[in-house]
Ligand binder design. Structure first.
Ligand SMILES: NC(=O)c1ccc[n+]([C@@H]2O[C@H](COP(=O)([O-])OP(=O)(O)OC[C@H]3O[C@@H](n4cnc5c(N)ncnc54)[C@H](O)[C@@H]3O)[C@@H](O)[C@H]2O)c1
Length: 468
């Protein structure tokens, strides 16, 4: 039995820590929820929830007597039996993991640690962090012995923004303590949230499992995008190709092609995996290639926009972004590392002059610090670069006839997800649907040309020593 009188603190109230605090309170714990951003704490105290997550607002409201919001981590640590660390682990400019948020939490926990406390690391970590980084730091600062005086476990967060409050109770959970006692204690707490629990032998296994969750998706996206690029160049419709391969053939499930692996997790976790592998001198050619492919998918769009600007004598661009959030389904208001953010950064880096930037998103309220427009119509007014970048249902099935008169001509329209129903593009407008190659006339088809010049030798004449 778990003792629900135990008090829990959660350090870091972002997209993971805030829903986790709400779920723990809902499970019966008294929660001290801590963030070092005083604006966030003031908001939460006033009942203002600064991030979108279905069900979160309601749970926080119903649990308001069971959650205390504070900035004082020392108080929280001193008054808790269980401490969750859910701060960000972003990348530095050189793409190494940035542990500054984690370091500050570990320092605070180490300096205030008491016997019997259980610490959960929830943030995504590079291999070895729990045992060889966090544990020695906590032991050194506290003078206590991990696994005996205090307990430490890594339990990665696997939920997806937009459905955290549901997934937190149903997704399979991975738990790894630094010793059996730590694992056993961690499992008892995790059971309160629900979902199947797998205890793995070491925290490094759990750290690797978490990285693979996101690496698998990032690599699958890169694969679909490479296929889409080949199809586009070969004059094929990638959608027709991919949907046919997947249809009724359960062994293959190629992802939908489109944009790079965007959003905070798919951008950074392959890099954290690569960093982990390098620590052990292991090579990662497949991951290296997929990171490159995902960057290329974004770079292709940046070049398209740059070319459009140059073809129009450097005309300053009036850009309209439909879908600045990093994904459309499940919907989120999170624009960190979104395709839109990456494209705008890339254009600035390439000295492409942007005259105006307007965005519309059904969920995100701001983009690059500016409020988004209230409607598609408001955002596209007189724009000469119009980008549809997520598959949010409210951005799909848009009738091009209804918007074409509102945008400038000449203009460039980027349709990443097949958002638009297009019958005819007016002269002067350029429409780009990722993965849709234009039919190549037979006389220009490189395959036809190469067949003509191919040396049709008999099989027997092939060099049997041919090497690749
Ligand atoms: N966002 C996701 O969908 C997701 C999914 C799975 C795993 N994760 C992982 O979970 C972790 C948290 O991600 P996130 O998206 O919630 O991050 P986030 O940036 O949204 O939230 C981090 C919060 O921690 C606060 N913070 C920073 N330093 C602090 C400190 N010393 N004390 C108290 N608060 C502090 C920040 O103010 C911020 O509110 C990351 O490691 C991430 O990789 C995220």
């Amino acid at each position: 039995m778990v003792d629900l009188k135990q008090r829990v603190s959660v350090l870091g109230l972002g997209y993971i820590g805030l829903p986790l605090s709400a779920a723990l309170a809902n499970a019966g714990y008294k929660v001290i929820a801590v963030d070092n951003d005083s604006k966030k704490i003031e908001d939460l105290k006033r009942g203002v929830v600064y991030l979108y997550e279905p069900g979160l607002r309601e749970t926080l409201a119903s649990q308001k007597d069971n959650i205390e919001f504070i900035t004082d981590d020392k108080y929280a640590i001193g008054n808790s039996d269980i401490i969750f660390v859910a701060v960000g682990t972003p990348l530095k400019d050189n793409l190494d993991p940035d542990y500054s948020q984690l370091n500050s939490c570990l320092k605070s926990i180490g300096e205030n640690l008491r016997k019997g406390q259980l610490i959960f690391l929830k943030s995504t970590l590079f291999l070895g962090t729990t045992e060889f980084y966090a544990l020695p730091m906590l032991e050194m600062l506290s003078g206590l012995k991990g696994g005996e005086d205090f307990y430490l476990a890594f339990c990665p967060e696997r939920t997806s923004e937009g459905q955290v409050m549901h997934e937190i109770h149903v997704l399979p959970k991975i738990v790894a303590g630094i010793n059996k006692e730590s694992s056993d204690r961690a499992v008892k707490v995790m059971k309160k949230l629900g979902g199947q629990i797998t205890t793995v032998s070491t925290p490094r296994i759990a750290e690797m499992c978490k990285l693979l969750d996101n690496l698998y998706r990032a690599t699958s996206i890169a694969f679909a995008n490479e296929v889409a690029e080949v199809c586009e160049k070969a004059g094929l419709n990638a959608e027709e190709v991919i949907s046919t391969v997947n249809k009724g053939y359960l062994r293959t499930k190629i992802y939908k092609h489109g944009l790079g692996a965007d959003g905070p997790c798919l951008t950074k976790d392959p890099e954290i995996y690569r960093y982990s592998a390098a620590l052990y001198n292991a090579k990662t050619p497949l991951t290296d290639g997929s990171i490159e492919q995902n960057k290329k998918s974004t770079a292709n769009l940046i070049s398209l926009i740059k070319d459009f600007s140059l073809q129009n004598y450097g005309t300053p661009l009036n850009i309209a972004v439909m879908g600045p959030a990093f994904k459309g389904m499940p919907e989120t208001d999170d624009t960190r590392y979104s395709t839109a953010e990456k494209i705008i950064a890339g254009l600035k880096l390439n000295n492409v002059k942007i005259n105006s930037l307007r965005a519309f998103d059904p969920r995100a309220e701001t983009f690059l610090g500016e409020p988004v427009k209230k409607s598609i119509t408001e955002a596209i007014e007189n724009a000469n670069v119009i980008m549809f970048l997520t598959n949010h249902p409210k951005l799909m099935n848009i009738d091009f006839e209804h918007i074409k008169d509102k945008i400038s001509n000449p203009s460039l329209i980027i349709d990443a997800w097949g958002n638009l129903n297009v019958e005819k593009i007016p002269e002067g407008m350029k429409y780009h649907r990722i993965g849709h190659g234009q039919p190549i006339p037979k006389e220009k088809d490189p395959a036809v040309l190469s067949y003509k010049i191919m040396d049709w030798r008999a099989d027997s004449e092939y060099d049997s020593n041919f090497k690749i």
